[in-house]
Design a protein around this ligand. Structure first.
Ligand SMILES: Cc1cc2nc3c(=O)[nH]c(=O)nc-3n(C[C@H](O)[C@H](O)[C@H](O)COP(=O)(O)O)c2cc1C
Length: 193
């Protein structure tokens, strides 16, 4: 196959970001200091960064309101330095879409997306009951990387559906990629490219 140069400054550069995304899609839950405003944001720019200690990073848009990179949840995480990371299966695809296309200061995403808040154990932010795994995280450092902020966080508590690991085996119901929400499937489904 012949190679042609990809224009890093051209209109297709967003496609490169999607291509470089790891794949799996998550919902991150957060709240404000007074616990009066709950936020949920769909995210795919998440990766583990260390086994020992267990750490992960998530990249969240930090743009001004009205700009493409505006995420209301960014302000909540800056304020509280904590969030819940919730892992969905494909049954939650519609909810993921609703959460990923609206702002938490404008709609109650729990009500609109049919999600149930569960109290956290070590964080104030609620967790999402319908997700099969919920990981409570505390932010230890954050870096501004252009129009996103990378939050490096430490899991401090985690909960899973009781059938996720049975006799030491990771259940196919959750482990099999076809039951996980993948960014490539959403791109196809929503004709994002
Ligand atoms: C499939 C998908 C993946 C997304 N991944 C991210 C991401 O990794 N980081 C991010 O900042 N926004 C991501 N978004 C965009 C936010 O979810 C979206 O802007 C959301 O409306 C922000 O909600 P908020 O204003 O309540 O924070 C993604 C959206 C979708 C649909």
């Amino acid at each position: 196959m012949e190679k042609i140069e990809f224009d890093l400054n051209g209109p297709d550069v967003m496609k490169l970001s999607w291509l470089l995304s790891n794949g799996q899609v998550f919902m991150l839950s957060c709240t404000n200091a007074e616990k009066t405003v709950n936020g949920i944001i769909t995210v795919c720019w998440i990766t583990p960064t260390s086994h020992n200690p267990l750490l992960l990073s998530v990249s969240i848009g930090n743009g001004e309101e009205g700009t493409e990179a505006y995420r209301f949840c960014h302000s909540l995480i800056i304020e509280t330095k904590e969030f819940g990371l919730n892992i969905p299966t494909t049954e939650l695809t519609e909810a993921i879409f609703k959460v990923g296309t609206t702002h938490s200061n404008e709609v109650n995403k729990y009500a609109e997306a049919g999600l149930t808040p569960l109290p956290g154990k070590k964080i104030n932010a609620p967790l999402i009951a319908e997700c099969f795994m919920n990981i409570e995280c505390k932010v230890i450092v954050n870096y501004i990387t252009g129009d996103h902020t990378v939050f490096v966080a430490k899991p401090v508590a985690a909960f899973m559906n009781e059938d996720m690991i049975v006799n030491g085996k990771f259940s196919d119901k959750y482990h099999d990629k076809k039951n996980q929400v993948q960014i490539c499937d959403l791109i196809t489904m929503w004709n994002m490219w």
